[in-house]
Design a protein around this ligand. Structure first.
Ligand SMILES: C[S@@+](CC[C@H](N)C(=O)[O-])C[C@H]1O[C@@H](n2cnc3c(N)ncnc32)[C@H](O)[C@@H]1O
Length: 511
């Protein structure tokens, strides 16, 4: 395989020459392969259409146990899209007639030569790699359910290239999509984040320690016709030492595992072995004005804010940190969900080992996070950190994370109260306010507000002054007028409430 990429590591080259298919294609076959894959797109093989056909909210986390149901209830028509989904997503076997609804005989030969398709002696066709629709991009990787004694059992081969999973999609949706000069995707796997970054970045470097993952990334770049992604085999930042990047993305192995057996999944017994090194490396590799974003899970201990651990790993480097909590599992649920065993008693032993490992680290919960970092600007005061909570976004939320960084800078500006004197405020959009009354010694009104129409649905508890301000913002109001009208609160309290509402992006300000 010799695509037009700027840098092909020798380890990738040797994999391409010697290793097993898939992710190997000769230059002369590439145009044909590109056209066969774009034919799939023509059948409607995109994230939205596949989701609709399967009747699921999200393609991430399709359960292999449900594949017979999807086949019977959603794919029985046998049209090209149904066949493509069965073959490339559900890992099904197609009869020759079904295959021919999608590909010509010469295209089938090409897919076989490229290691993407295998035909059994009985004529059944199976894909040897999965093809994941991510937006309108199609990304190959090894199968989500490796063909082992039973799907989901372990271990998978050490050079397994991780499928596009829930965590991959969380990061893809939270990544800022503003234009950058350079991007670095560490722990690239299938290359998903590097390939997505290539559309808004001049030059992308994708690093993985697994040469087969680097080969897969290169293969995907070739099939998608993406010229600006370079692939490097190496250990995190080692391969790019001395270089700084405007965008850094990472989906590291983060699972706190008693086995530490899956290189693409396990972050050592603490879950932190790899992610700690990535965070520690940011000050040496993030360019001024750039953004680093990591999707991860962290074990949480009672009474210890997660940000303390991030600050310790940064070793005093002045970075602003935004932590987006997307969900959490109790330690028990996490152990039960990750345990494996061929029979009942082996499974229970495994539960015990996973739970004991979490206990040993005093983790009471494991939290799914997207963490965003930027260099702190001293004109906005000391480095800040902020935690928000939202259900995983179903569409791009990068611009909303950008807006959070902007809001933090705005409310930290010196002279904000003076600026208020010449400003108006209005609601930032439609806001749902839920009032609740907590009965205590006195009746105390509390309310929860959510800005509607966002990819990140965040709830924010309003205090009395904030509730009152929002109630008066049916139309745009000059701030001095607002302060005068809220006679029950002193000016400092109104200013503080406005600052807080701006921070939550519930109101916007202008002059
Ligand atoms: C969780 S997978 C993420 C794959 C892909 N980025 C995604 O989001 O779907 C983690 C990847 O990190 C790679 N990896 C593990 N240790 C690494 C290291 N020390 N340096 C570089 N890559 C590493 C694994 O080979 C694997 O491809």
């Amino acid at each position: 395989m010799r695509f037009r990429v700027c840098k092909v590591d020798s380890a990738v080259q040797s994999i391409c020459m010697t290793e097993r298919a898939p992710f190997v294609v000769d230059d002369c076959d590439l145009p044909g392969l590109q056209s066969a894959v774009s034919k799939l797109a023509g059948f409607g093989y995109s994230e939205k259409a596949v989701r609709e056909r399967l009747g699921v909210d999200d393609l991430a986390g399709l359960p292999w146990r449900a594949t017979p149901i999807y086949r019977a209830e959603r794919l029985a028509s046998g049209d090209p899209l149904a066949c493509a989904i069965d073959l490339f997503l559900l890992q099904g076997a197609l009869r020759p007639g079904d295959l021919q609804t999608m590909f010509s005989p010469s295209e089938c030969d090409l897919l076989i030569r490229a290691g993407l398709l295998a035909i059994s002696p009985t004529g059944l066709a199976r894909a040897r790699a999965s093809l994941f629709p991510v937006g309108d991009r199609l990304i190959f990787s090894d199968h989500a359910w490796p063909e082992l004694p039973h799907p989901g059992s372990y271990p998978v081969p050490a050079d397994h290239v991780m499928a596009v999973g829930l965590d991959s999609r969380h990061l893809a949706r939270c990544t800022t999509r503003r234009p950058f000069r350079t991007a670095l995707d560490v722990c690239t796997g299938s290359g998903i984040h590097g390939l997505l970054a290539s559309s808004h970045t001049e030059r992308v470097v994708a690093v993985d320690i697994n040469p087969r993952a680097a080969a897969c990334t290169l293969f995907n770049a070739g099939v998608l016709g993406i010229p600006n992604v370079e692939t490097v085999v190496g250990d995190l930042f080692e391969a790019v030492n001395g270089e700084r990047y405007d965008l850094i993305t990472a989906n590291p192995p983060f699972v706190p595992s008693p086995l530490d057996s899956l290189r693409f999944r396990d972050g050592g017994r603490s879950g932190e072995d790899i992610q700690k090194r990535i965070v520690a490396g940011l000050p040496r590799h993030l360019a001024p004005g750039g953004r680093a974003q990591i999707v991860t899970e962290l074990g949480e201990r009672e009474g210890e804010p997660l940000v303390n651990r991030l600050r310790a790993w940064l070793d005093g480097a002045p970075l602003d940190i935004h932590i987006l909590r997307l969900g959490e599992h109790t330690a028990e649920k996490y152990a039960v969900g990750h345990a494996q065993g061929e029979d009942y008693s082996a499974y229970l032993e495994s539960v015990d080992a996973w739970a004991a490992n979490l206990r040993a680290h005093a983790y009471t919960r494991v939290v799914s996070l997207v963490i965003s970092f930027e260099w702190s600007d001293p004109q906005f005061g000391p480095p800040w950190d902020r935690v928000d909570e939202a259900p995983p976004p179903r569409r791009d939320a990068g611009a909303e994370i950008d807006a959070i960084f902007e809001a933090e800078r705005l409310v930290r500006r010196a002279g904000l109260p003076e600026m208020f004197q010449h400003s108006w405020v209005e609601r930032a959009g439609p806001i749902a306010v839920l009032d609740a009354y907590l009965l205590g010694g006195a009746i105390d009104a509390k309310a929860k507000a959510t800005l509607l129409g966002q990819a990140l649905t965040m709830e924010y508890f309003l205090d009395v002054a904030e509730r009152e301000i929002l109630g008066r913002l049916d139309t745009r109001v000059a701030v001095p007028e607002l302060i005068r009208s809220l006679k029950q609160f002193d000016e400092a309290m109104v200013i503080e409430a406005l600052r807080s509402l701006l921070r939550q992006r519930l109101v916007r300000i202008g002059q």
